[in-house]
Design a protein around this ligand. Structure first.
Ligand code: ADP
Ligand code: ADP
Ligand code: SF4
Ligand code: SF4
Length: 601
């Protein structure tokens, strides 16, 4: 049964260029044991049953398409789905429960969307059977005998179970629906809650706009509203916070929590740990080897589930899925230091764009410092970044002196490059690709070597994001401007990104501005905060950078949310509204950092 076996990444394999080198080299094949067979289009397929994991093919494949993985043999009878021979394998499923929000957390590529699509009835599970006839619904229901999923699947199979499902990528909505957002939503309002949901999610302004002209954040809220309006037994949300600002994330989280109170089942996959924590009752951790296999752990109460994920260890299943735990520091509030080491400063600036006006207070940034930028969508954060980058000119005031070298990662990135990741890197950063510092601090943690031979146009959203951040940081610049780097990244990638930004800035004595809606990432990455406030789309005001404590207080006070620290991991956790700590912290004006807000035992 499987243990150490070789697997092929089909996207990286270029059999036409190497002439099936792995098959020619495999010692088993040379001894007439078909460990590597030839499949469709002449592509190699490695037999898990026969491969002994010797690693010869792994080392010799010229396109780094093969790796050795440990497939968990002990879970063999628990395979729920497999995408074809040598394809990704999912073991177990999340177990939804009535009146409960079940959160899913895990790396990208370990099967969260696959699990959700199965539970939504969008993907019929094949129980790992990829040759011959797929299993019938009867045998699938039978497979779940003795578990609460039996009833779930028998109702799903007979069409009795009503499921309302929001897929991960909301950008597909305009392709399947043409017309105004309001029309789309009123057609789905089976529960008669549209007025309420529209007001909570602040959708009034977009109701008469066509879905094809909506921004990512607007589409996301329309998609959430569409799911909530339907009358269903199960509500499923795949990454509901992408593209949303903090305030919108918390509102979506409240709407999702509200559903569970109706006695239905709710399941959500989410990478923003603060939002996941805020909306879930229970959490299942998914772990495994991305693209190879994924295992769904049994649900735990939300705090334990998230802490287990950070710890990288599941005690009851005795599985360590990460060698190092993810730890947070209780940072002492940074004191304002004498500003002798100012690297750059800017003056009071005004910029008008159509009906929108941005005003920015004068400010400065110190050498080796990361300034985090927080604020709602449409308030002028990107405009400020563009002013600094010299991509826009202020109508009044001065941005930065000329001659400053700026490296800028925009919010939206495109994969419109016709070539591989490696040639893209060579063309954009030249010889710096050889730098051992960049290799250690960026390419390795971002695992870019694994995708070096892939075409840029074939990369997933997360892979493109990592490439764009890597290129931005690898350019030799004085100032790094990084706009929403967390989009599409999982928790571990977000923290690796935060570490890479900090290393480059600190070790090379540069500065960075980072626009970011994930508060936990800001907590990790920023030395000081710049808060933007005002009326989105109308007028924005950029306050000067201030210390983390004052910045978080300014930002969170406007949202009316307070945070405490988890006693075990020190991660920030949003307090329940009107709880004892919430009331006390609001009274003290301490929304974020204070020694008394670490949880009590
Ligand atoms: P997650 O949601 O955790 O990022 P997914 O469930 O989307 O993970 O995907 C898990 C793995 O399954 C992916 O790495 C991908 O390689 C594979 N996969 C997903 N969809 C398909 C598909 N339609 N055909 C083949 N493989 C797929
Ligand atoms: P944020 O980054 O905070 O989401 P932006 O700086 O992107 O905000 O945009 C602020 C406001 O300015 C938005 O309402 C946006 O529609 C408007 N805006 C941005 N660029 C232009 C432009 N070129 N012409 C007219 N309005 C613009
Ligand atoms: Fe060639 Fe590597 Fe593909 Fe094998 S896996 S056929 S060695 S590119
Ligand atoms: Fe053959 Fe060894 Fe590669 Fe397995 S790891 S396919 S046994 S060369």
């Amino acid at each position: 049964m499987p243990g150490r076996v070789a697997v092929i990444d089909r996207d990286s394999c270029r059999v036409e260029d190497c002439g099936l080198l792995c098959r020619r080299l495999c010692p088993l094949v040379r001894n007439k044991i078909e460990a590597i067979k030839v499949g469709d289009e002449g592509r190699p397929i490695i037999s898990e049953q026969l491969c002994i994991g010797c690693g010869i093919c792994v080392n010799r494949c010229p396109f780094k398409a093969i790796s050795i993985v440990n497939l968990p043999g002990e879970l063999e009878g628990e395979c729920i789905h497999r995408y074809g021979v040598n394809g990704f394998k999912l073991f177990r499923l999340p177990i939804p429960t009535r009146s409960t929000v079940l959160g899913l957390v895990g790396k990208n590529g370990v099967g969260k969307s696959t699990s959700l699509r199965i539970l939504a009835g969008k993907l019929k599970p094949n129980l790992g059977i990829v040759e011959g006839d797929p299993p019938s619904w009867d045998s699938i229901v039978e497979y779940f005998s003795g578990t609460s999923l039996k009833d779930y699947f028998s109702r799903l199979a007979s069409g009795e179970l009503r499921v309302s499902y929001k897929p991960q990528y909301v950008d597909v909505i305009p392709r399947v629906f043409r017309g105004e957002a309001g029309k789309l939503l009123s057609g789905l309002d089976e529960r008669g809650v549209l007025d309420e949901v529209r007001s909570i999610l602040e959708l009034e302004e977009v109701m008469d706009r066509g879905v094809d002209v909506l921004s990512g954040g607007e589409l996301q809220r329309v998609a959430v509203a569409a799911v909530v309006c339907r009358d269903a037994d199960v509500y499923i949300f795949d990454e509901p916070s992408s593209y949303l600002d903090v305030r919108q994330r918390l509102k979506v989280a409240r709407v999702i929590r509200g559903l569970a109170k109706q006695g239905v089942m709710v399941i959500v996959a989410e990478h923003d740990l603060i939002v996941l924590d805020y909306m879930s009752d229970m959490v299942s951790v998914l772990y495994g080897d991305p693209g190879v296999y994924g295992v769904v752990s049994y649900p735990r109460v939300v705090r334990d589930g998230i802490n287990m994920f950070l710890e990288g260890y599941i005690p009851s299943e005795n599985v360590r899925f990460r060698s190092q735990p993810i730890k947070f520091q209780v940072k002492p509030p940074t004191q304002t230091i004498e500003s002798t080491d100012i690297a750059y400063s800017w003056g009071y600036m005004v910029k008008k764009l159509g009906g929108f006006t941005l005003k920015v207070e004068p400010g400065f940034i110190r050498t080796g410092e990361v300034v985090g930028i927080l604020g709602p969508n449409g308030i002028g954060k990107t405009t400020f970044v563009k002013l600094l980058a010299g991509l826009e000119k202020p109508d009044e005031g001065d941005a930065l002196p000329g001659g400053v070298r700026v490296s800028y990662k925009p919010q939206y990135i495109s994969g419109g490059y016709d070539g591989t990741v490696e040639t893209f890197l060579k063309n954009t950063i030249g010889d710096r690709i050889e730098s051992s510092f960049l290799r250690e601090e960026i390419y390795r943690p971002f695992k870019l070597d694994r995708i070096a031979d892939r075409m840029v146009s074939d990369l997933s959203g997360g892979e493109l994001q990592k490439l764009a951040i890597a290129v931005c940081l690898a350019v030799d610049a004085d100032i790094y401007l990084i706009d929403e780097p967390s989009a599409y990244l999982d928790v571990e990638e977000r923290l690796a990104m935060a570490r890479a930004v900090r290393r480059v800035v600190e070790n090379l004595g540069r500065v960075a501005f980072v626009v970011e809606h994930d508060i936990l990432v800001q907590d990790f990455i920023a030395d000081r905060l710049m808060v933007f406030s005002g009326i989105p789309g109308v007028e924005g005001y950029g306050h000067q950078p201030i210390d983390m404590r004052s910045g978080m207080n300014m930002f969170l006070k406007e949202l009316g949310v307070t945070f405490r620290r988890d006693r075990q991991t020190f991660r920030p956790r949003a307090n329940k509204e009107d709880s004892r700590l919430d009331r006390m912290q609001k009274r003290l004006g301490e929304y974020y950092y204070t020694s008394i807000t670490v949880e009590e035992e």
